[in-house]
Design a protein. Structure first.
Length: 169
């Protein structure tokens, strides 16, 4: 299933990162992907292309991948909420940024800031969860994700907690 969102979306739940890219305005607005924690934030792109593709994971499936990668406690819950804010659980979600870098997979791992993560790893939910675990320092630092910094993940916290509880997190 491949959904490319440009100006409107009628058949999918569009994650916040696509809404920013398509000039919809919702609160809180979010953009996807990771960045180096050592770099100042650049202005958000005003136009980008967003594709929702692959398998649409449930909240519990996201939780299980995150838990299997080693996330637990608050880190597990936040990881689920971040994934939902970033991709709504689409395994092959891609946001092409205006700098031509790409945010990839369930946790929207940026191809520039995290070139050590291959496309194969980013688009594999288990591999993407492992990358998120590593980038977040074992679940203790979510600042590389814009949706964490701007608070967009918070609207998913109750869903994330429920999913974490179901996987013993």
């Amino acid at each position: 299933m491949n959904k490319t969102i440009r100006r409107t979306a009628s058949h999918v739940t569009v994650p916040a990162f696509c809404l920013l890219a398509t000039s919809f305005v919702l609160a809180p607005a979010a953009s996807a992907g990771t960045r180096s924690s050592n770099v100042a934030l650049a202005p958000e792109p005003s136009a980008a292309q967003c594709t929702l593709d692959g398998t649409h994971l449930s909240d519990v499936q996201i939780a299980q991948y995150a838990r299997n990668a080693g996330l637990h406690g608050d880190g597990l819950v936040i990881s689920i909420a971040v994934a939902l804010a970033e991709s709504q659980g689409w395994t092959r979600a891609v946001l092409i940024n205006t700098d031509c870098s790409r945010d990839r997979g369930v946790w929207q791992i940026n191809s520039y800031w995290h070139s050590e993560v291959s496309d194969d790893q980013a688009f594999d939910p288990a591999g993407c969860a492992t990358a998120a675990y590593n980038i977040s320092s074992g679940g203790s630092d979510w600042t590389p994700w814009t949706t964490y910094n701007n608070g967009a993940y918070q609207q998913y916290m109750s869903r994330a907690q429920a999913a974490a509880n179901q996987v013993g997190g």
